[in-house]
Design a binder for this molecule. Structure first.
Ligand code: CTP
Length: 402
């Protein structure tokens, strides 16, 4: 989303300015062009030369270069150049000026002149941040459609602890990507339900029946859908992975819990992608206490009952939803997958032979085939799960629009 984006980055004079040097570099690495505008105070913390070098454009500070008024050119040119204007760190002072429409230096003038989307990252002492004057200024900016990002909480440079920290650079980048995706991404306005990882069925308080699913495929799909602007609910079984930012995460353990979570959001979603490896069976009786090995020579029998088939239930209740299943097979891949499309009333299935090297559970790659109700089969080469996610979303969009 940042590729080719023109960003005017307004930098005002706060301690957090040191993070913004790195921010410029990270934005450029993602393909954005960045032009920095600094306040006079900001130049006391960091030399404009550093921002000029790191951004590849001269950092602009004054509209009175060499004592002659140049403002008619520079602030308008910058304001028109940007696709996005970001203030980071935004001090109480620049926010107050922005809220009042004051224009007494290049940054405030550019902010006032710019018609593009704007995002501000307040960063200041907690007392200044919580002061009703600042809060009212922020409310004014929000009311005008400017995105105001909550500062992080923690120990501030002034020794106080509380809200007022500039978020860390990866969080700022993630916010801006998401902000742009919600405005321009092709999946904006669509709601996705993605399930991931395996469900677990308890045997006793310390043991469970589970499977080898890591959640990598489902998490990759959720991440990609978010980056393209979708709202994503991620219903996930236990996984060591960190969910992508901005997903609504519902953590479940058993198949029954996954079913309940899916049914809850199902009426509101447009697309369902069921990448989870669902436990088909569960122990009939779950022991209250840890089962002891009293007579180990006799072995142990666990009677298993069948779990509900979540996807089949969703298929039977399908209205507007586009329903995508996964089929993990070790033999007769195409025939078994096609049968699942039919039985579960799916719009698409992603079939993989989990016995192949480079496919299936707990790997970074997958080798999949896409099957559709009309009998079409598309075979993909071995690729990363991120690439499978991209291709999958391409097909979902194409098929939904038919
Ligand atoms: N699935 C489900 N609920 C179940 C079992 C599976 O929702 N109780 C979903 C999976 O999330 C996947 C698809 O159904 O999207 C196919 O799962 P898979 O394990 O391949 O097939 P099963 O339907 O369980 O059939 P079998 O195990 O007999 O191959």
């Amino acid at each position: 989303m940042l590729e080719g984006k023109k960003i005017v980055l307004g930098v005002s004079g706060g301690i957090a300015i040191y993070k913004v040097v790195d921010l410029v570099s990270k934005l450029r690495k993602r393909g954005a062009e960045v032009r920095v505008v600094m306040t006079e105070h900001a130049t006391k913390f960091v030399s404009p030369l550093l921002f000029s070098e790191i951004s590849g454009y001269p950092a602009a500070v004054s509209s009175w270069e060499g004592g002659r008024p140049d403002s008619s050119v520079e602030h308008i040119a910058l304001a028109e150049w940007g696709d996005l204007m970001v203030l980071a760190p935004a001090t109480a002072n620049i926010l107050a000026k922005a809220a009042c429409g004051l224009a007494d230096d290049l940054l405030s003038t550019t902010f006032l002149a710019a018609a593009c989307a704007k995002v501000v990252f307040p960063a200041m002492n907690t007392g200044m941040y919580e002061n009703p004057a600042t809060q009212e200024n922020l409310a004014t900016l929000r009311r005008r459609g400017i995105a105001v990002v909550e500062p992080a909480s923690g120990q501030l440079a002034c020794g106080v602890s509380g809200p007022g920290r500039l978020p860390e650079v990866p969080d700022i980048v993630a916010y801006l990507e998401r902000f742009l995706a919600k405005r321009e991404g092709r999946l904006r306005n669509l709601r996705f339900l993605v399930t991931a990882a395996g469900t677990r069925e308890p045997i006793d308080p310390v043991r469970y029946v589970g499977n080898r699913s890591s959640g990598k495929m489902g998490y990759a799909i959720a991440r990609e859908a978010l980056l393209q602007g979708a709202d994503v609910t991620l219903v996930t079984g236990p996984s060591a992975l960190t969910p992508p930012p901005y997903a609504k995460v519902i953590r479940v353990e058993t198949t029954q819990e996954m079913l309940a979570a899916c049914l809850d959001v199902y009426p509101e979603v447009d697309v369902v992608i069921k990448a989870a490896a669902v436990a088909d069976f569960k122990p009939r009786d779950v022991a209250d206490q840890k089962i002891k090995k009293i007579n180990p020579e006799e072995g142990m029998t666990v009677v298993m009952d069948q779990n509900p088939d979540i996807l089949k239930i969703l298929g039977a209740r399908k209205e507007k939803q586009f329903l995508v299943g996964f089929a993990a097979e070790t033999q007769n891949l195409l025939a078994n997958a096609a049968e699942k499309v039919r039985k579960k009333n799916l719009d698409m299935i992603v079939a993989n032979d989990v016995s192949q090297a480079g496919a299936g559970f707990n790997t970074d790659t997958n080798i999949v085939k896409f099957l559709y109700p009309d009998g079409t089969v598309e075979s993909l080469d071995m690729m990363t799960k991120d690439d499978v996610a991209l291709r999958l979303l391409d097909r979902v969009m194409e098929r939904r629009e038919r």
